[in-house]
Design a protein around this ligand. Structure first.
Ligand SMILES: [Zn+2]
Length: 265
């Protein structure tokens, strides 16, 4: 019971009342570090109440290279979380504006990208193109999914092509990078947004810091691969706190949805 009433901040170790923590959008009130959100909490935080309609629901399972133990892992996560993949997609409204939205959930295999994630991201952009809705994706990923080998890597090209086609039709894509956004996801659709937003303090990068240090034989700064470092170096357009995220997204959508700005064909 006590465990359910309180949460412990992973950064500073402060014990916080769960209710207060939730009211503060799962942000520690002592050190300001951000907790990981599941897709339901993320939706509740950024969309208008009760406007989510899930699309491309997928309940099947593929094991393209017969990776040992993959199905068992899938079944275990599914029974624990209800998730059947690392991304949930759908239609929703943000400040009364329609969007197609995708939310990655790290509870499913570290939010890694395999065939189904690639397909769902692709369909999200295809649906948005047809409906002439903007796209917002919240990324949280450890990268390409090891268990699907080369098929995971192919999703980088596939999703990048879908973003490109959507962009050519005039659609707006806002990418929101959250902790962590790494590997094949950062190297594909995460960094292809027309506008790239990040949450404060998020780990964002391609390869791990230690791997890069060993490769280039140099010591990297301590804040390397954080939202703040990437913002300073021009990779990110804005860092937005959770408490203002919905309104910021709403404003961006509004600016780009005015009739005179519409360039859909
Ligand atoms: Zn803390």
């Amino acid at each position: 019971m006590a465990q359910n009433l309180f949460v412990k901040c992973k950064e500073c170790g402060t014990i916080i009342e769960r209710k207060k923590y939730a009211e503060n959008n799962d942000v520690c009130n002592v050190c300001d570090s951000y907790g990981t959100l599941d897709y339901k909490k993320r939706l509740a935080m950024v969309i208008d109440h009760d406007t989510f309609e899930e699309t491309n629901i997928h309940t099947g399972f593929y094991n393209p290279i017969d990776f040992p133990g993959y199905l068992e892992k899938h079944e275990k996560i599914k029974s624990k979380t209800g998730l059947t993949e690392a991304i949930v997609t759908g239609k929703a409204c943000i400040n009364e504006q329609k969007v197609m939205i995708g939310i990655m959930d790290t509870r499913y295999m570290m939010g890694s990208m395999g065939i189904i994630v690639g397909e769902k991201v692709t369909r999200l952009f295809e649906d948005a193109k047809k409906l002439k809705y903007p796209v917002i994706i919240f990324t949280a990923s450890g990268g390409a999914r090891m268990q699907e080998g080369i098929f995971s890597l192919m999703q980088m090209a596939k999703t990048a092509a879908a973003v490109s086609s959507f962009g050519e039709s005039g659609g707006l894509y806002i990418s929101v990078l959250t902790n962590p956004t790494t590997g094949g996801v950062s190297a594909s659709f995460a960094f292809l947004g027309d506008i790239i937003v990040a949450e404060p303090g998020a780990l964002i990068g391609f390869a791990g810091k230690r791997v890069i240090e060993q490769t280039i034989n140099e010591v990297l700064p301590p804040n390397f691969q954080t939202s703040e470092y990437l913002f300073e170096h021009g990779y990110i357009d804005m860092i937005v706190e959770r408490k203002t995220l919905k309104d910021t997204l709403g404003q961006i959508l509004k600016i780009h949805s005015q009739e005179e700005n519409q360039i859909f064909q």
